[in-house]
Design a protein around this ligand. Structure first.
Ligand code: SAM
Length: 253
């Protein structure tokens, strides 16, 4: 899969994509990530990418032509038509189903805004606007990195253990179960913090069942609204009925 990230701060993006699973997937050739400096697509001596807003007001607006030239260059180099995403707090809020949908495209282009944002006409070349949450960042670089990281995890071969991706939070509409590692017992003040016995039992059927129930309980406790759309099996439906009954008893009593 290929990503192109268009930014005025390549130095902010380049080191980030070289780290961790994304960096290793780039080294292996499973992913291609090209970070493009928007200023390379200007034509003036000062490589200007912003200008004052028509109608006045505070802040600068990113000029449209450098984005158009960058997109022309990317499309000229691309075998098919890439999907163009504009990072924007006004876009569709990123969710795991959206990440899954984006991972089905072979080539994503991410445009990073700065200042007051990009000239509205850039949207004529954009397939979708993506927001990473209801807050305002100074620029689209962190948002683009979030999209690349979340989408890349779903590309086969990027994360070593695909089972772990399948069990991640949101993959099945539920949060992930709790994880523990060695040592089984901690010294000093943390001595009371035990690893649940079942995880030390070696009984894999029981461990699977415990994890399944913990994932459900976690979701019920932290993000109950997710349960409205999660696809639950018979065990999970039974546990959910028990949790509801327990709550009703507590509320009633
Ligand atoms: N004036 C814009 C508004 O209120 O909608 C905000 C511009 S923001 C300061 C500059 C750039 O940061 C945006 O063009 C976008 O690329 C990026 N950005 C800010 N918040 C974002 C978010 N929540 N999700 C994705 N991108 C964001």
């Amino acid at each position: 899969m290929r990503f192109d990230i268009v930014t005025i701060f390549p130095a902010m993006v380049e080191p980030a994509v070289k780290a961790g699973v994304v960096g290793r997937a780039i080294e292996r050739g499973t992913l291609q990530v090209k970070v493009r400096d928007l200023r390379d697509y200007t034509t003036d001596r000062h490589r200007v990418v912003d200008d004052v807003a028509y109608g006045g007001g505070p802040g600068m607006v990113m000029k449209p032509e450098p984005f158009f030239r960058a997109l022309d260059a990317i499309e000229a180099e691309s075998a098919g038509r890439p999907m163009v995403l504009l990072t924007s707090p006004q876009g569709t809020r990123l969710t795991q189903p959206m990440v899954e949908r984006l991972s089905g495209h072979g080539h994503l282009v991410l445009l990073c805004g700065r200042y007051e944002g990009v000239d509205e006409r850039v949207r004529s070349r954009v397939d979708e606007e993506v927001s990473v949450g209801d807050y305002v960042l100074s620029g689209g670089e962190l948002a683009a990195l979030i999209v690349v990281d979340a989408v890349a995890r779903l590309v086969p071969g990027v994360v070593g253990d695909e089972q772990s991706v399948a069990e991640d939070s949101f993959s099945r509409g539920l949060l992930d179960y709790p994880h523990y590692t060695r040592p089984a017992e901690l010294p000093g003040a943390a001595a009371g913090l035990k690893v649940p016995d079942v995880l030390l039992s070696g009984n894999h059927a029981e461990i699977r069942r415990w994890r399944k129930r913990e994932a459900l309980v976690r979701t019920w406790t932290r993000r109950p609204e997710l349960l409205a759309t999660a696809v639950l099996d018979d065990d999970e439906l039974k546990w959910l009925r028990e949790l509801r009954a327990q709550r009703n008893t507590e509320v009633g009593g």
